[in-house]
Design a protein around this ligand. Structure first.
Ligand code: HEC
Ligand code: HEC
Ligand code: HEC
Ligand code: HEC
Length: 504
C-alpha cells in the first residue's frame, strides 16, 4: 500500500472526497451531541406546564391527568408488601409487638389501638378504622375533634379555605366525616398553577412566625423537607389560644425543638394530654417529632432533604422525574442512597439495622422502667400516699415518658439521628430511675418495703385486661360504625365532589 499523500497527489479527487466526508461526519456528531443535550433538558423539565386545575383540587386523579408519572408512582403507596426489620409498608400492630405500650398509655386512646404507619394512600381509611376515632353512630359523637383530620387529606386545605381555619378545627371528628375523603395528595404539597412546592398547613406557617422566621424565605432544598414537616412533627391541640374552646393545631416549637425545649414549653403552660390511669401522672403524648429529630442528624447538617431519600429521582423512557412512591428507602437503596454512597446495598442496610438495634435495646429497657414506675405509683396511692408526697415522682414519670415517646415516635429517628435519639432515651432512663427512687422512699414511709411485682402483660390482650379496657364492646361498636356510617360518608362525598370533580 502506497502512502496517502502519493495517492492524493496522483488523484486530487480522493483528497476532496476525504475532505467532504470529514466535514459531514463532524456535522453529524454535532447534531447527535445537540440532541443528547436537548433530551437532557427535556428530562429535567419533564412536565408540561399547561395545567388546568381548580384551587385546592383535592382529587389526586385530576392532577394525574396532567402528571401521569408522578401520579402513578404516588399510587404505589398503596402497596403494602415491603417489610424491613422494624418498619416498612405493612400494617404492624404495635401493641401486639410490644404490650408494654398498653400500660404506658393507660387511660389514653393509644392503649386501645396503635398500628405503625403505612403508605399515604391509606391515611383516611386508617383513621376511620382506628379504635381511637371511636364509633360515632346516631347521636353518639367521636371522642376526637376535627383537628385529627389535619394531616390526612388535601380536602383539609380545601375546607380551611371554604370555612376558615378555626372553623375547620371546631367540632367533633364525625362532623367532617363526609367531607374528608381523598388521602394525602398533590394539593398538600403543590401549588396547582405553578406546581411549585407549597405549605398548605397553617400550623407550620404559624409556628415559623412565632419563632420569628418567614417560611416563604425557605430555600428550595429546605422546602423539600418542609413539605413533610407539615405533618411529620410534634403537635398538640391548644384549646386556649388563638380561639378559646377550639382545639387549634399548634407546634410547640417556641422555645426550640429538642425534647427538653418542648417539655419546658408544655410545663410552662401546664399542659397535659391525659392523666395516667394507674399512676395519675399528668402525661404528655409525643406525636411524631420526625422532622425535629431529623434536623439534629448528620444528613440534615450536610443539607440532605427528606425528599432526597424518600422521593429520589427516577428515569423512565429517558424522562427523569421525582418518584412519588414515598416509602422506606430500604426498598429502593439504589436510588435512595447509592446516588451519594458507594457502599453495596447489603452494607447500607446493615448500617441502618445496626443503629436501630442498638437504640431499641435501651428503649426497651426504658419502657420496662416506666411500666414499673406506673405500677409502683399506683401501689403508693393504694397504700394511702398523699398528693403532696407524690407530686415530684409524678413529674419525673411525666418527663421520663415524654422523652421515651419523643424518641420512639419520631419514625425513622434511630437512623435519621442516632446520637440524639440515644441521648434522649438516656435522659429518659435517668428520669425514670429518679421517679422510682422517690417512689421507693414514699412506699417505705408507708411501711411497704418489698418489690412491687411486674404485671403479667405478656400479650396485648393481657395488658389491655390489666388496665381494664372493655375491648369486645369497643370492637363491636367500631364494626357497626364501619358497616353503617363510614360507607355513607364515602357515598355522600363521591356524589358531591367526584366525577365532576370540584369544578363550579
Ligand atoms: C398531609 C400530611 C402528610 C404529609 C405532607 C406527609 N406525610 Fe408522610 N405520612 C402521613 C401519615 C398520616 C402517614 C401514615 C399513613 C397511614 O398509616 O395510614 C404517613 C406515612 C409516611 C411514611 C410511612 C410509609 C410506609 O410505607 O410505611 C413515610 C416514609 C412518610 N410518610 C414520609 C413522608 C415524607 C418524606 C414526606 C414529605 C416528602 C411526607 N411523608 C409528607 C402524613 C403526611
Ligand atoms: C408530600 C409532598 C408531595 C406530594 C403529596 C406530592 N408531591 Fe409532587 N413533588 C414533591 C417534591 C418534594 C417534588 C420535588 C420538587 C423539587 O425538587 O422541585 C415534587 C415534584 C413534582 C413535580 C415536578 C416534576 C418532577 O417529577 O420532579 C410534579 C409534576 C409533581 N410533583 C406532581 C405531583 C402530583 C401529580 C402529585 C399527586 C399525585 C404530587 N406531586 C404529590 C412533593 C410532593
Ligand atoms: C444526597 C446525598 C445522600 C443521600 C441520598 C444519602 N446520604 Fe448518607 N450521608 C451523606 C453525607 C453527606 C453524609 C455525611 C458524611 C460525611 O460528611 O463524611 C452521610 C452519612 C451517612 C452515614 C454515617 C452517618 C451516621 O449516621 O453515622 C450513614 C450510615 C449513611 N449516610 C447512610 C445512608 C443511607 C442508608 C442512605 C439511604 C437511605 C443515605 N445515607 C442517603 C449523604 C447522603
Ligand atoms: C439519608 C436518608 C434519609 C433522609 C434524608 C430521611 N430519611 Fe426517613 N428514613 C430513612 C431510613 C433509612 C429509614 C428507615 C427505614 C426502615 O427501617 O425501613 C427512614 C424511616 C422513615 C420513616 C418511617 C418509615 C416506615 O416505614 O415506617 C418516616 C415516616 C420517615 N423516615 C420520614 C422522614 C422525614 C419526614 C424526613 C425529613 C424530615 C426523612 N425521613 C429524611 C432515610 C432517610
Amino acid at each position: 500500500m502506497r502512502p496517502l499523500r502519493t495517492l492524493i497527489n496522483e488523484k486530487p479527487a480522493i483528497g476532496w472526497l476525504l475532505f467532504f466526508v470529514t466535514i459531514i461526519v463532524v456535522f453529524l456528531i454535532g447534531i447527535l451531541a445537540s440532541s443528547v443535550i436537548e433530551r437532557r433538558t427535556e428530562a429535567v423539565y419533564a412536565y408540561s406546564p399547561k395545567v388546568e386545575l381548580d384551587e385546592w383540587e383535592a382529587n389526586n386523579a385530576e392532577w394525574g391527568k396532567f402528571f401521569p408519572r408522578e401520579y402513578q408512582s404516588y399510587m404505589k403507596t398503596s402497596d403494602t408488601s415491603f417489610r424491613s426489620k422494624y418498619n416498612g409498608a405493612a400494617t404492624i400492630d404495635m401493641l401486639e409487638v410490644d404490650p408494654r405500650l398498653v400500660v404506658l398509655w393507660a387511660g389514653y386512646g393509644f392503649a386501645k389501638d396503635y398500628n405503625q404507619g403505612r403508605g399515604h394512600a391509606y391515611a383516611v381509611e386508617d383513621l376511620r378504622n382506628s379504635l381511637r376515632s371511636g364509633a360515632p353512630v346516631g347521636d353518639k359523637k367521636s371522642p376526637m375533634p376535627n383537628t385529627c383530620w389535619s394531616c390526612k387529606s388535601p380536602d383539609v386545605p380545601r375546607l380551611m379555605k371554604e370555612n376558615g381555619i378555626a372553623n375547620f378545627y371546631k367540632g367533633s371528628w364525625d362532623e367532617l366525616g363526609p367531607e374528608v375523603h381523598s388521602p394525602i395528595g398533590c394539593a398538600d404539597c403543590h401549588d396547582e398553577v405553578t406546581m411549585n412546592l407549597q405549605i398548605s398547613r397553617p400550623a407550620l406557617i404559624e409556628a415559623f412566625e412565632r419563632m420569628g422566621k418567614d417560611i416563604n424565605k425557605a430555600s428550595h432544598q429546605e422546602m423539600r423537607s418542609l413539605v413533610c414537616a407539615q405533618c411529620h412533627v410534634e403537635y398538640y391541640f391548644n384549646k386556649k389560644t388563638p380561639v378559646e374552646g377550639v382545639p387549634y393545631l399548634t407546634f410547640p416549637w417556641d422555645k426550640g425543638m429538642s425534647a427538653e425545649d418542648m417539655e419546658a414549653y408544655y410545663d410552662e403552660i401546664n399542659f397535659k394530654d391525659w392523666t395516667h390511669k394507674l399512676s395519675k401522672a399528668p402525661m404528655l403524648k409525643a406525636q411524631h417529632p420526625g422532622y425535629e429529630v431529623f434536623l439534629t442528624g448528620v444528613h440534615a447538617s450536610r443539607g440532605v432533604s427528606c425528599a432526597d431519600c424518600h422521593m429520589p429521582y427516577k428515569s423512565e423512557g429517558g424522562q427523569k422525574f421525582t418518584d412519588h412512591h414515598i416509602q422506606s428507602p430500604l426498598n429502593n437503596v439504589a436510588n435512595s442512597c447509592q446516588v451519594c454512597h458507594r457502599e453495596e446495598t447489603g452494607r447500607l442496610i446493615a448500617d441502618v439495622y445496626e443503629r436501630q438495634d442498638r437504640i431499641i435495646e435501651n428503649r426497651d429497657k426504658l419502657e420496662e422502667l416506666l411500666v414499673r414506675a406506673h405500677v409502683e405509683a399506683k401501689t403508693a396511692w393504694d397504700k394511702g400516699a398523699t398528693e403532696e408526697q407524690m407530686q415530684q415522682a409524678l413529674v419525673h414519670i411525666r418527663h421520663a415518658q415524654w422523652r421515651w415517646d419523643y424518641a420512639a415516635a419520631s419514625h425513622g429517628g434511630s437512623f435519621h439521628s442516632p446520637v440524639e435519639t440515644s441521648r434522649v432515651i438516656g435522659t429518659g432512663i435517668v428520669k425514670a430511675q429518679e421517679a422510682r427512687l422517690e417512689l421507693s422512699r414514699i412506699l417505705a414511709s408507708l411501711g411497704f418495703n418489698e418489690e412491687v411485682p411486674y404485671p403479667d402483660i405478656e400479650t396485648k390482650a393481657k395488658a389491655q385486661a390489666f388496665i381494664g379496657l372493655p375491648m369486645d364492646k369497643m370492637n363491636q361498636e367500631k364494626q357497626v360504625f364501619k358497616e353503617t356510617v363510614a360507607p355513607e360518608w364515602v357515598k355522600s362525598y363521591l356524589e358531591k365532589y367526584q366525577g365532576e370533580s370540584l369544578k363550579e
